[in-house]
Ligand binder design. Sequence first.
Ligand code: 5GP
Length: 206
Amino acid sequence: MPGNLFIVSAPSGAGKSSLVKALLEADPGIKLSISYTTRAPRPGEVDGVHYHFVGVDAFRDMLNHGDFLESAEVYGNYYGSSQPWIEDQMRAGHDLLLEIDWQGAAQVRKLFPDAVGLFILPPSLAELKRRLEGRGQDSAEVIARRVEAAQEDISHAYSFDYLLVNDDFATALADFHTIVQAQRLHIRNQMSHLEPLLSELLGTPS
Ligand code: 5GP
């Protein structure tokens, strides 16, 4: 039985990474796809853990070789999800989570129409602005550009299956987990092991 594919997208400032990290800790049955990126590592980021950090030439070679299930340019850097890794894991029956932008989400859903798309929203524009102000060291112009970019991302929320509002973190995490659990209970995923029960229940009454 192939595993479930979950796609999580969000504008920056929605708290996506923290929610994904907490979900993975709470649910060992789900694995995160580690993307390839040409972006430089940020302080504290580890190659092979947060991303596979590669140069532009290596990324292009992989792209030409068909190594990416999806790929996109986001804010001037390239990102892609490993096709062989994802297919191997799904074939082995693992549930996978792809933390990717809306462009990648659209590509994956064309290939896997059963993939479940979640979009995380901040609770209000004021809170989004507050979160994007960061440590208060950036100019008003830089912050305004961040807010605009986030709004552009949010305009794509309509094409996802589920919307999660990250106001209270524990509530958003519980909602996230509910969506994962519900997908596991989908008839598509239950038929292989519940067929014997259904046959028994539908058998001739003695
Ligand atoms: P960051 O550079 O801040 O980690 O990520 C920037 C954006 O790129 C985020 O929206 C993130 O979800 C997205 N992203 C990360 N990995 C991938 C990927 O493999 N494919 C696509 N399409 N987007 C990705």
